[in-house]
Design a binder for this molecule. Structure first.
Ligand SMILES: *Cc1c(COP(=O)(O)O)cnc(C)c1O
Length: 418
């Protein structure tokens, strides 16, 4: 029996918020300073807090690793946006994953979707094993879940929806229903959509995690992570580990991420508008083999998007297979002028990358291709520039990457069929 067992008793849910998302994003966890009236919270850099007597701190805080005002306020804001009672912030998305995995007893078993974030895959296969936690990967978790559960040992199901970088969706409710019949917790990595577009706890997940580095901060200048949940047992266990392991963000990073979060709804909406325009242009192009975007009606899991995402929105991420193989994919990335060739996602600026050689290079080729991550797959993160400029940039880069080399016969690729 692990620390998690109690949390399966359905915990109380967060009170339904009085206000809507934008109002909460701006105001949750943002009290005016009671002394100066400052509308924006000060950055509280002090690592230690004075006490009036032994073990009698002046306020709520003693030592900054255990808690500080900026982290508390950020955590309150995220909890509110994820419809959670609690949120805990960490120094990165990866530290969040590691802390949750650390909470499992040795001998525990985890079932994960196959195409998880590369760093999560690395942690599951290379680090978790070292403390006796085994992970099984499934390419079709809704179908395989009942079969993959090892009664008594399986403690956690790990879902990413949409998955990275193929943007396939998982029906969270369907998996959570089966998991809960076996007393197993469900974690959803919601980084790709942000709390504006999807709230996994509303669909039965027990923990939602984010790489705050991406949409929540949104400005590509903070590395941070967060986990949100409703259970008191989880709150005790994970906040104990947050303090004991100490992978915590700085007050300054919490302040920056909180500032970024206040415009999340505006950015997520604009990124969706832009990604939709780009996805439609790619889908109509003869130079593209396939487009993965959950906002398109052609997406095989579109029916999940319409029930799981706010207004069926597709978010800002998409990927596509370019004609002409890896060479064309590389030429494409070198030819964009607005999209920057770089890893990461979720910022105000648009980015492009080739997962097989960059973010997912650590996953063996066979496993990668089984999950749909072919060498010719290009991933786009649409920022908040103007849709028409992004669309034009994609079309001119396709021309340079696929059409011109074919005309010149200089690309050395035999056949553009796949
Ligand atoms: C980036 C990312 C992570 C890891 O977060 P870091 O902040 O880089 O440690 C985890 N999951 C997903 C889906 C990500 O995109």
């Amino acid at each position: 029996m692990t620390q998690f067992d109690k949390s399966i008793e359905t915990p109380p849910r967060a009170p339904s918020p009085v206000h809507r998302f934008g109002t909460l994003a701006v105001h949750a966890g943002s009290p005016h300073d009671p002394v100066t009236g400052a509308v924006i919270e000060p950055i509280s850099l002090s690592t230690t807090f004075a006490q009036t007597g032994v073990s009698q701190p002046v306020g709520l805080y003693e030592y900054s690793r255990s808690g500080n005002p900026n982290r508390d306020n950020f955590e309150k804001a995220v909890a509110s946006l994820e419809h959670a009672r609690y949120a805990l912030a960490f120094s990165s998305g990866s530290a969040t994953t590691a802390t949750i995995l650390q909470s499992l007893a040795s001998g525990s078993h985890v079932v994960s979707v196959s195409d998880v974030y590369g760093g999560t895959h690395r942690y599951f296969t290379k680090v978790a094993a070292a403390h006796g936690v085994q992970v099984t990967f499934s390419p079709s978790i809704e179908i395989d879940i009942a079969e993959l559960i090892r009664p008594g040992d399986t403690k956690l199901i790990w879902i990413e929806s949409p998955s990275n970088p193929t943007l396939s969706l998982v029906d969270i409710r369907a998996v959570a229903t089966i998991a809960h019949q076996h007393g197993i917790m469900v974690v959803v990595d919601n980084t790709f959509l942000s709390p504006y577009i999807q709230n996994p706890l509303d669909h039965g997940a027990d923990i939602v995690v984010h790489s705050v580095t991406k949409y929540i901060n949104g400005h590509s200048d903070v590395l941070m992570g967060v986990a949100a949940f409703n259970s008191d047992t989880l709150k005790d266990r994970l906040s104990f580990l947050q303090n004991a392991i100490g992978a915590v963000p700085s007050p300054f990073d919490c302040w920056l991420a909180h500032r970024g979060l206040k415009t999340l709804h505006l950015r997520a909406r604009e990124a969706t508008v832009n990604a939709t325009a780009v996805a439609l242009a790619l889908e109509a192009s003869p130079n593209v083999i396939a487009v993965n975007y959950p906002g398109l009606n052609s997406h095989p899991h579109r029916y999940i998007a319409t029930k799981q995402h706010r207004k069926g929105m597709g978010g800002g991420m998409l990927s596509f297979r370019i004609k002409g193989g890896i060479e064309a994919a590389e030429r494409f990335c070198a030819s964009t002028q607005v999209f920057t060739l770089a890893e990461s996602l979720g910022g105000v600026e648009s980015l492009v990358e080739v997962p097989s050689s960059m973010t997912h290079a650590g996953i063996p080729k066979e496993q990668r291709e089984a999950a749909g991550v072919f060498d010719d797959l290009v991933r786009l993160s649409c920022g908040i520039e103007d849709a028409e400029d992004l669309r034009a940039d994609i079309l001119q880069a396709l021309e340079k990457a696929v059409v011109l080399p074919k005309i010149n016969g200089s690309n050395g690729v035999n056949g553009f069929s796949s």
